[in-house]
Design a protein around this ligand. Structure first.
Ligand code: AHR
Length: 490
């Protein structure tokens, strides 16, 4: 059986893993909000959907878009529900009744222990509108917009710390898309007013929405240079897919996620050096997922239409694990990341009426988020590689590790389509004493998926047969599998 050894050292830390890399994204899109997280008519939160999401322990929750936000006016979504306007959403050609808005979102955040992360409209909205929204959310009673919130039943400020300066403003599809220098001016105007109003907030500037766009990195450089210290983070996005039906190539995509992060981090360092400033923007990977089958975004003027309802299989599960492992490996530069999205729309959880099932991608998220506390460790991989075609030669295993408090957690995927793989974990600086927990989610059919009829075909199961001898752990991974193990240290 092929074998890989993962060499770790407790002293070889990268950085503390920011829990916010286990964030989510809720957009007014398709059946994400209405007929997803909330009842379509009353907009009351659905407890059974929230209960399915709870084990994912999501942190930063980005809202309300996405492309939607670039045509959204927050005042439409507050106040008495029967007085809120019904609007046409041009981003997804859908009908938006505004029954769910800022205050309803905040109620859900409190219930779920999510950290709200608001995206302001810098497409069709003005910088001042963004500043007014901040006052509505964070201002103490006594001034116009803060008093609006009080009148709407929320005496205490929502105290929202994370604010995104628009969404994908580099994309020609975005409402209000402009060239980088014009976006930078708009974002700087909004950022200045917002920071003047509340100096405690963190702000995220729009970076490149994909690596394939002609302005890739050039856009980010312009924006970061202009925004200076207003940009705490630069946003990047990535959606991937197996468009050509080439599973080995698809599974190697995780290497290019590392490359995208490294390139953006290099740019942040370049701008920091040029500006001779102590401050360096870090990465907010605020949209990531697999999205290639259900690309159509035309809601045909319907309310809560079925849009972007991707069904995820085993190979997608391994790619989702790859994204998360890449964020851990890059813990020094990636401080926030948001799986796009959370319910029904390119999501880990799907609903139909009052039924629900968990998609394959749910499991690596759950297995990693429950082991997220600690410092990322460098992993030196000694094992076979495979030819991934256009993606080049890549290791058969993909891995990451986190040093916790008296524990070490190891995450590892076997990308081999047909063969099991033996993995050894060799830790220096401390010795592995015992196995605290070990779980695996596996194929072998790369196309196997869960469904309403068969919801538990692909789920996490205990990983048996983990042995520790002379401080080295060994275990066998089935073909096309992802495992998460936590060891107690002696
Ligand atoms: O998540 C779906 C869409 O993808 C978002 O609205 C947009 O920002 C991106 O293009």
């Amino acid at each position: 059986m092929p074998q890989t050894t993962l060499h770790l050292h407790t002293a070889h830390t990268i950085d503390t893993v920011d829990p916010r890399i286990f964030g989510g994204f809720l957009e007014h899109l398709g059946r994400a909000v209405y007929d997803g997280l909330v009842d379509p008519d009353s907009a009351a939160p659905r407890g059974w959907v929230m209960d399915a999401l709870r084990p994912l322990k999501m942190t930063a929750m980005r809202y309300p878009g996405g492309n939607f936000v670039s045509g959204y006016h927050w005042e439409d979504g507050v106040g008495p529900k029967d007085q809120r306007p019904t609007m046409r959403d041009l981003a997804w050609q859908s009908i938006e009744p505004n029954r769910f808005g800022t205050d309803e979102f905040m109620d859900v955040c409190r219930d779920m222990d999510w950290t709200p992360m608001m995206s302001v409209n810098l497409g069709t909205g003005t910088p001042e509108e963004a500043r007014n929204w901040l006052e509505y959310c964070n201002g103490p009673a006594g001034t116009k917009y803060a008093d609006m919130r009080v009148a709407n039943g929320h005496a205490d400020p929502h105290d929202i710390k994370l604010w995104c300066l628009g969404n994908e403003m580099d994309g020609p599809w975005q409402l209000g898309h402009v060239p980088a220098d014009q976006y930078a001016i708009r974002a700087q105007q909004a950022a200045k007013m917002m920071r003047d109003f509340d100096p405690t907030i963190e702000m995220v500037a729009c970076g490149s929405c994909t690596t394939g766009i002609a302005s890739y990195l050039e856009w980010d450089r312009t924006v970061l240079e202009y925004l200076g210290d207003y940009a705490d983070h630069i946003s990047i996005h990535r959606y991937v897919g197996n468009d050509d039906g080439d599973t080995p190539r698809y599974l190697a995509v995780t290497d290019s996620i590392d490359a995208q992060i490294e390139a953006t981090d290099a740019l942040c360092k370049f701008v920091q050096a040029r500006k001779k400033t102590k401050k360096r923007a870090t990465i907010c990977f605020d949209e990531w997922n697999i999205w290639y089958r259900e690309r159509g975004g035309d809601g045909r003027q319907q309310f809560a239409p079925h849009l972007l309802e991707e069904i995820y299989n085993v190979e997608d599960m391994l790619v989702a694990a790859g994204f998360l492992m890449s964020f851990v490996r890059n813990a020094d530069s990636v401080k926030i990341a948001n799986i796009a999205q959370i319910v029904n729309v390119i999501a880990p959880v799907m609903t139909r009426g009052d039924e629900l099932f968990r998609q394959t991608i749910y499991w690596p998220f759950e297995m990693m988020t429950t082991r997220r506390d600690g410092k990322a460790l460098r992993v030196a991989t000694d094992g076979p590689s495979y030819d991934a075609g256009k993606a080049g030669q890549v290791p058969v295993t993909d891995s990451a590790a986190i040093l916790g408090d008296g524990t070490v957690s190891v995450f590892v995927a076997n990308r081999d389509l047909s063969k099991p793989h033996e993995v050894a974990v060799d830790l220096a600086g401390a010795s592995l004493a015992s196995v605290e927990s070990a779980e695996v989610v596996a194929g072998p059919d790369p196309q196997a998926a869960n469904s309403f009829e068969n919801p538990d075909q692909i789920i996490k199961r205990p990983l048996d047969g983990v042995a520790i001898k002379d401080g080295v752990a060994t275990f066998e991974l089935p073909p096309l599998s992802f495992a998460a193990l936590t060891f107690k240290l002696a």
